[in-house]
Design a protein around this ligand. Structure first.
Ligand SMILES: O=P(O)(O)OC[C@H]1O[C@H](OP(=O)(O)OP(=O)(O)O)[C@H](O)[C@@H]1O
Ligand SMILES: O=c1cc[nH]c(=O)[nH]1
Ligand SMILES: [Mg+2]
Length: 210
């Protein structure tokens, strides 16, 4: 991917995102919509995956048919809200290897606090797609990507649902080599570091906490 930021403007993505933003959308529907959007975003972020060919026998004759090239890609969920994107993407790419970076954002300092890290082996040989629905200050995603790079990843993409300009700028400064794919670029952050207009706290809405 050449662009640092790609906003997926597909009408289905935009319509579903609007439903997710509504205050009264219930938890079960919120999760279902996120799963549906995650697959449309995955389509976009994987559009330039390398292909090779494999000879297969169709019922009529053999042919050289396209298959994905290289080592299986790694999906990394930034816990816990990342899991809301992970499930749908994994359904689309079931052979992907999966890792988890546990981070939560301290609500006072807006700094990430790490509590878990487990990723697949040979990250340096894989395309790594890190997923987290919300890119707000960018502190969590920048820290997660630092950890992935320390673990050897060199080819990383970041998939989110909503981004704030502040978070995109932070990522561009810290990780200019990591393309971002999102469904929307919102206006700004409020004084508590929430994306506005946004959709609130993705993890809480997804899991019914708070
Ligand atoms: O860009 P930032 O300012 O760092 O904010 C974004 C982070 O905040 C949310 O996670 P949260 O800390 O709420 O944890 P959770 O996923 O467990 O709810 C979100 O899922 C991101 O990880
Ligand atoms: O708006 C925001 C900002 C951080 N995390 C969220 O879930 N929502
Ligand atoms: Mg949260």
């Amino acid at each position: 991917m050449s662009d640092h930021l790609t906003v997926v403007t597909h009408p289905l993505v935009q319509h579903k995102l609007t439903l997710m933003r509504k205050r009264d959308t219930p938890t079960a529907l919120f999760r279902q919509l996120l799963r549906e959007i995650s697959q449309l975003l995955a389509y976009e972020i994987t559009r330039e995956l390398e292909l090779t060919t494999e000879t297969v026998d169709t019922p009529l004759q053999p042919m050289d048919a396209p298959v994905l090239a290289g080592k299986k890609l790694a999906l990394i969920s930034i816990l816990r809200a990342g899991n809301g994107l992970l499930d749908g993407v994994l359904e689309l790419i079931p052979s992907a290897r999966v890792g988890f970076v546990g981070l939560y954002r301290d609500e006072e300092t807006l700094q990430p606090v790490q509590y878990y890290f487990k990723v697949p082996e040979a990250l340096d040989d894989r395309l790594v797609i890190a997923v987290d629905p919300m890119l707000a200050t960018g502190n969590s995603s920048a820290a997660a990507i630092d950890l992935l790079k320390k673990a050897g990843a060199t080819n990383i993409r970041f998939l989110c649902l909503l981004a704030a300009p502040e978070g995109v700028a932070r990522m561009k400064e810290a990780h200019p080599d990591v393309p971002i794919v999102t469904a929307a670029l919102d206006e700004c952050l409020n004084e508590k570091g929430y994306i506005v207009p946004g959709l609130g706290d993705a993890g809480d809405r997804m899991f019914g906490t708070k």
